[in-house]
Design a protein. Structure first.
Length: 154
């Protein structure tokens, strides 16, 4: 059985010698062979820099991106002409549980041409069921999609 592996390198330098409030949370993540490096920190609630990304944001983005890619693959296989997909994803982490419990994906999907809304929503659901990230999480990942239809191109 083939196993897909994903690697990254995470780097931080500094000193925690001054205690919890005294160290810089900024660190860098590099994912080979991508050229980009992401500078990250902790959530501002944990003294991170709000101008940098944090792991919770990346988890939310990973769930959103995976749903997008899974849906586009489903749509392409069925000949559905998706011309826009804009997701406003939200993750919630109650401090009482100290884990992300819920991720709500709210894509606004624009379809060109004739299509049945129920069929499009079924593809959204199938994409959700096949999304690797959503299937890997203990969090409740929900998709609340809205569909807009445009006339077929002439």
């Amino acid at each position: 059985m083939k196993v897909h592996e994903y690697h990254c390198e995470t780097r931080w330098t500094g000193s925690t010698g001054r205690g919890y409030r005294g160290y810089d949370r900024a660190h860098k993540v590099r994912v080979p062979a991508a050229k980009a490096e992401i500078e990250m920190t902790s959530d501002p609630a944990f003294l991170g820099d709000p101008s940098l990304l944090n792991p919770e944001q990346l988890l939310t983005a990973a769930a959103s991106s995976c749903q997008l890619l899974s849906f586009l693959a489903q749509a392409a296989r069925t000949g559905l002409d998706v011309v826009s997909y804009v997701d406003s994803a939200t993750a919630q982490m109650p401090m009482s549980t100290e884990r992300i419990e819920t991720i709500v994906l709210s894509p606004k999907i624009t379809i060109r041409g004739q299509a049945n809304e129920a069929d499009v929503l079924a593809l959204v659901q199938k994409a959700h069921e096949t999304c690797y990230i959503a299937r890997s999480l203990r969090s409740d990942v929900r998709v609340d999609a809205s569909i807009e239809f445009l006339p077929a191109a002439s």
